[in-house]
Design a protein around this ligand. Sequence first.
Ligand code: PMP
Length: 290
Amino acid sequence: MALVPFDKLQGKIWMDGEVVDWSDARIHVLSHGLHYGSVVFEGERIYNGKIFQSRAHSERLVRSAEMLGMDMPYNVDQIEQIKRETADIQGLDDAYVRVVAWRGSEQMGISAQATKTHMACAIWAWPSYFAMEARLKGIKLQTSRWKRPSPDTIPCHAKAAGLYMICTLSKHEAEAQGFDDALMHDYRGYVAEATGANIFFQDGKKLHTPTPDCFLNGITRQTVIKMAQDHGLEIVERHIKPEEIPDFEGCFITGSAAEVTPVSIIDEHQFVVTDDIKALLTGYDQLVRA
Ligand code: PMP
């Protein structure tokens, strides 16, 4: 199947207060966001015509902008309205929602005091991040040589474009070695997360998950923690050392795009897709469509 470039998709995009044709949603090359990474964004999914956890995503977008010192021209209620309006126009039952906010071309240089924050919302049909077959068998992760940075080197709790530079490097290196994604350690050497998803490990009826003190405490992660507790699993949030990985029986990642995706391999260590992990995968698929 030939890939259609993202600027050639069909439909409308909401951009700076206007609804424009997909191909007209353009920015100038001298936009501050493009040169200096002053960009925050959200990735969300529409299931059966409804955006799952929409408000939590809008709130995080506003918080991310605050962390980067960017003035948001819209509040949470307005962002909610913009997403609904764009979703109605696109009219897709199952889709991905991308809201992005960036500093514009009003000023060029490190200082950006005169820039305005621009915002766009694009919605397109996007199936599972990992193919369903690969998802059920479990995906393969390779440990990255890049580390999640410490909280005093970057606003690590923002969903900001700049934080993904090392994620793309890590994912490309993993893919080149035949893996699906990379596992990133943090600046202290603890297990952190995948390149766009949080991670959980199973040991008996316990799920161990890294404390999100230098990376996103994902909205899916929080949903899955509640689901797992209702399912009778105990959640242990703590620092996890890479040497502990062989002690775990199961592993999975969570994210708005990745949903609940089992992991079968981290480097040379193999995991089982346990019945509990299958139940969480199915439970999540049901919850988002409820
Ligand atoms: N970590 C990173 C680096 C991510 O990009 C994402 C996806 N936004 C997550 C974790 C999971 O976050 P969420 O469940 O809110 O999508």
